[in-house]
Design a protein around this ligand. Structure first.
Ligand code: SF4
Length: 482
């Protein structure tokens, strides 16, 4: 028998769990279900009420995946979620760790897209002041790609707790009156969204943080996609600032003055999370709360990247190890010590570079009292890649060096043989210049001293090449695509 399941476009996790409870309690398989999304009625029989007393359980990792994926706009999220849930309960309890499974892989990519959309919403919502009977009301219009309003809204409560605000989207509204966060139906898009004072504040702020020496139009549109520009007051400045950038690099004498009154308004109206250092700190805080994959559970803490926000050189490793997990800092354990020595031998100051990992939580297998490193699988690398992408977008470095195959996969999106690719500059798919070398832990695993010394010398040679490349002019280096 076929059953019809109807969901609204923006059905939430609770609606899905309720449906799944009915279906599972009657042992209805995915093949017996037809999912209809939107308003059209289903021709098939509705699901029966759940068996009395049936309690639906699911692994925590699945519930966390559900929380993300349910916000995605793809209609196949419902059958995919039920398919995976069914298989978890019918003989495949380890399914979520099989990244090669097509359904798991697709759901992981949906979760990553939702995370990126939430980040974009945090970054690109702009409030416009309106007078209302009870004082100032701040209004923002935003068009997210997915149903992320409910997930993104608490961030604005933290940031703008003292303001009365409404964020309207084509899917619904979130409003804050200083006490309570409420969600309501969608409002029509306003014809005009202008606030002379706030618009000027944003433009002044953007002019101030705009660094002509670091203009990379491709990266700029990647971090601030053009579809968001129409709602960003500062976007009007971009073409002019980019056009003037080359001349400003040469002269560096026409940096705009910031009128003090606007600087004061900036401080009052908006915490400066858009300044790169603050944006990076905010991202670090957000990552500390990440529960997007199961790796956070046994680990001690998120180990985020560290280094100056204007670092020109970024190193990406695989994942934190035992020492890093405890310290909360990357590359501080035995491999980190080898890395520090090699950096020093290559003439690179570690304090001047940014060091991070493809995966931010320590994956391990307990063995007695020890925790043995376990390689992250591709789905974990892909999900966590959202943090790496955001780090790189904020840093916008001149060169990104992959330390080992996992980092190279995270940056290129495909398998890369380190031995075949090391030693030559390449371009990552996002257009950034790159280099691949071994992970320093590889040197620690070599059995004899002779091999260790040989490989250490090759590693230092690769680091010297990285230092050379960031000292060379971009145009003069021929790079092949990764
Ligand atoms: S490993 Fe990455 S994606 Fe997974 S929980 Fe940690 S920070 Fe989030």
């Amino acid at each position: 028998m076929m059953y019809g399941v109807h969901f609204t476009d923006d059905a939430d996790g609770e609606a899905f769990r309720s449906m799944a409870r009915c279906a599972l309690s009657h042992a209805i398989s995915p093949q017996e279900l037809t999912f209809v999304v939107g308003r059209s009625p289903s021709l098939f029989a509705p699901l029966p009420a759940p068996e009395p007393g049936y309690a639906m359980t699911a692994p925590r990792a699945y519930l966390e995946l559900l929380q993300d994926v349910i916000c995605h706009r793809a209609e196949d999220r419902f059958p995919l979620l039920y398919d995976v849930l069914w298989r978890l309960k019918h003989g495949e309890p380890e399914l979520l760790s099989r990244a090669s499974d097509p359904a798991v892989s697709k759901l992981s990519s949906y979760a990553g897209a939702v995370h990126r959309d939430i980040h974009k919403m945090h970054a690109f919502v702009r409030f416009h002041r309106r007078q209302s009977g009870s004082g100032d009301l701040y209004f923002a219009w935003f068009e997210p790609q997915h149903f992320v309003l409910r997930r993104a809204a608490p961030f604005f409560v933290d940031r703008f707790a003292s303001m009365n605000w409404i964020i309207a989207t084509p899917d619904g509204t979130a409003s804050w009156d200083g006490r309570e966060l409420a969600f309501g139906p969608a409002l029509p898009k306003p014809e005009k969204l202008e606030d002379e004072v706030l618009g000027e504040v944003w433009q002044t702020y953007y002019r101030t943080i705009f660094n002509p020496a670091r203009v990379n139009p491709q990266m700029m549109t990647r971090e601030m996609p053009k579809k968001y520009w129409r709602n960003l007051p500062e976007a009007a400045l971009i073409p002019g600032l980019v056009a003037k950038a080359q001349r400003r690099i040469e002269t560096m004498d026409d940096m705009p003055d910031v009128p003090p009154r606007f600087a004061e308004k900036i401080a009052l109206q908006r915490k400066p999370e858009m300044a790169p250092a603050d944006a990076l700190a905010a991202l670090r805080a957000e990552a500390a709360r990440c529960r997007a994959c199961p790796l956070h559970r046994p680990a001690t803490q998120t180990v985020f990247g560290e280094g100056p926000v204007d670092a020109r050189l970024v190193f990406v490793g695989e994942q934190p190890g035992d020492s890093e997990d405890i310290a909360g800092r990357p590359f501080v354990g035995p491999a980190g010590q080898v890395f520090d020595r090699a950096l020093s031998d290559a003439g690179i100051d570690r304090a001047g570079v940014y060091v991070t990992n493809a995966v931010k939580h320590f994956k391990f297998e307990p063995r007695g009292k020890r925790r043995i490193h376990s390689k992250p699988d591709i789905s974990e690398v892909r999900i966590c890649g959202s943090w790496l992408t955001q780090e790189l977008d904020l840093l916008n470095p001149d060169l990104v060096v992959a330390l080992g195959a996992t980092a190279a996969h995270a940056l290129s999106g495909r398998n890369m043989a380190v031995t075949k690719t090391r030693g030559a500059e390449l371009k990552w798919p996002d257009g950034r210049r790159g280099l691949v070398t071994v992970h320093p832990s590889f040197l620690l695993r070599l059995p004899d001293k002779g091999a260790q010394e040989t490989e250490y010398a090759k590693f230092v040679h690769d680091l010297k090449l990285a230092a050379f490349l960031i000292g060379s002019k971009r145009e003069s280096v021929h790079a092949k695509a990764a």
